[in-house]
Structures are given as structure tokens and as C-alpha cells.
Ligand binder design. Structure first.
Ligand SMILES: Nc1ncnc2c1ncn2[C@@H]1O[C@H](COP(=O)(O)OP(=O)(O)OP(=O)(O)O)[C@@H](O)[C@H]1O
Ligand SMILES: [Mg+2]
Length: 254
């Protein structure tokens, strides 16, 4: 999760609030309405980000398998939604979608896939100069759906490639770019629970491409007896986080 993802909507909210306060005697009702609408949109975006962040830590703590509920989904539609979210978060961004014209119907868990692709796109943007092109492509290859997220950013040093998907690992060329090293760990968990594969190609200073292969028909690879118990049954409920999550979700709906 990049800090710009939080900063952008916060500065939008702050900017509009400042204008409203400065121009309070001169603003027409419809202009107030437009600004209020923009504030609301930014709040919704933040709510979504916070939900995602909380979901990520829960997913990791509980084990992704616990949340794996595959259903029939349109992969192109899902990827488009993820791209739209990131365009809204970073208005100057250039995200290209190249999807096969045939329908990309697969059986997978939509929430997990959303988080996974969101993490990959977030990385592509975060580790590239702002405004540089990020390309998302998707197509079916036999019994697999192949999605590629490609950027023209800082790339990954060869010595780091082998460790990228480890929890908390960060590359040796990212100092000054905020991150916790958790995103790709979650990506790997989601790919694995779907029975898929992920590969990286990168050239330092030129860019990176992450390609995910998912079986068209994902079924749970985890036997029910291997699933971790729900947190409540382990006696490790986290009331603070649960409360925040409930508020975040409530705010999103209200
Ligand atoms: N598109 C990319 N371009 C260059 N380096 C990347 C890219 N994606 C991932 N990396 C490297 O892989 C490391 C691990 O990525 P990961 O998403 O797990 O963590 P992060 O981005 O550092 O933090 P966060 O937990 O906020 O996602 C990064 O620190 C970076 O070194
Ligand atoms: Mg990341």
C-alpha cells in the first residue's frame, strides 16, 4: 500500500475544505454541492483503501484459504474495476488495459483477486516515475488465464528477484519509497490458493513485468482440516481492529 494512495484523497479533501472556508460568503449553492461531492468521493476512496488494508492484515493473519470462495467471474470486468480505482487514486496516472476480445470467464475468488491485482498495480505505479505507462493485459491460454502487469519503472536488481515474495522483503533499490514488504507476500498467497503461478521479469532501471497464471477453474487446494480455525475460535479476537473495520465498512455503505 503506497502512501500516495492515502495522501492524494487527503489533500483533495483538505483543498476543498480550505476553499469552502475561505470563500464561505461568496459561494453559490451548486458550487458548494460540487465541492461536497468531491470530498465525499475522496472519503469513499479512503474508506476503500482502509478496508483493503485491514482486509490484507486479516487475510495474512487468518490464512488466505479461509477466505477462498470461488465463483464464476468476468476477469476483464474485475481488472477494469481495479484499474479505475487506481486512476482515481492517482489522477495523473497512465494505465492501459489490453484484454482479449473473447469473454474472460473464470472461477475464482473476486475479493482475493481484486486485492492481488490492486497490489500489483499499486507496485507498478509506486516504483515508476509518476505518469509513466503501466500496462495490464489479460487473455486465456488453454486452461489458464494469464494476466500481466507491466511497468517502465526502476526495475528489480537481479539479486533481489528470488526473495521478493517473502514477507517483509524489500528490494535493495527502493530506499526513499515507502512500503512494508507485505504486498507481494499476499499476492503469492492468493495465487497459490487458486492453484496458479506467478513469474517476474525485470531489468534494473528499465521496468518490470509480473505475470500471473490462474487456472480457469480454480478449486480449493487446501483440505478443510488444514484450514486455520477462525480467529474467534482461537480466542484471539482483536476488538480494536474489528471495531475499525466495522466503522470503515459502515462508512462505505452510508
Ligand atoms: N513493479 C515493481 N518495480 C520495482 N520493484 C518492485 C515492483 N514490485 C515489487 N517490487 C519490489 O519488491 C519488493 C516487495 O514488494 P511488496 O509489494 O511486497 O512490498 P512493498 O511495495 O515494499 O510494500 P507494501 O507492503 O506497501 O506493498 C518491493 O519493496 C520492491 O523492492
Ligand atoms: Mg507493494
Amino acid at each position: 500500500m503506497a502512501s500516495h494512495e492515502f495522501r492524494t484523497p487527503l489533500s483533495i479533501i483538505d483543498g476543498h475544505a480550505q476553499r469552502l472556508s475561505k470563500l464561505k460568503d461568496r459561494l453559490a449553492a451548486d458550487e458548494i454541492d460540487v465541492r461536497a461531492g468531491k470530498i465525499r468521493a475522496a472519503v469513499l476512496r479512503l474508506t476503500h483503501l482502509i478496508e483493503n488494508l485491514l482486509d490484507s492484515s486479516r487475510l495474512i493473519d487468518a490464512g488466505v484459504g479461509l477466505y477462498f470462495n470461488p465463483e464464476e467471474i468476468d476477469l476483464a470486468g474485475l481488472l477494469h474495476e481495479v484499474c479505475q480505482l487506481h486512476r482515481e487514486i492517482a489522477p495523473g496516472s497512465q494505465i492501459n488495459e489490453r484484454f482479449a476480445s473473447t469473454p474472460l470467464l473464470i472461477r475464482a475468488d473476486p475479493k482475493l483477486l481484486f486485492q492481488m491485482f490492486s497490489n500489483l498495480i499499486s507496485n507498478a505505479m509506486k516504483y515508476s516515475p509518476s505518469g509513466s505507462l503501466v500496462e495490464i493485459s489479460a487473455a486465456l491460454e488453454g486452461e489458464q488465464a494469464v494476466v500481466e502487469v507491466k511497468d517502465n519503472g526502476i526495475g528489480i536488481p537481479a539479486k533481489d528477484i528470488g526473495a521478493l515474495f517473502e514477507r517483509y522483503y524489500r528490494g535493495s533499490n527502493v530506499s526513499g519509497i515507502v512500503g512494508t514488504g507485505v504486498g507481494l507476500y499476499l499476492v503469492r498467497m492468493v495465487v497459490e490458493v487458486h492453484g496458479g503461478e506467478i513469474a517476474v521479469e525485470s531489468a534494473e532501471g528499465k521496468g518490470s513485468a509480473f505475470s500471473v497464471r490462474l487456472p480457469v477453474n480454480a478449486t480449493s487446494r487446501i483440505a478443510p482440516e488444514d484450514l486455520p480455525l477462525p480467529a474467534a475460535m482461537q480466542g484471539s479476537v482483536d476488538p480494536v481492529n474489528d471495531e475499525i473495520a466495522e466503522h470503515a465498512i459502515g462508512a462505505g455503505r452510508g
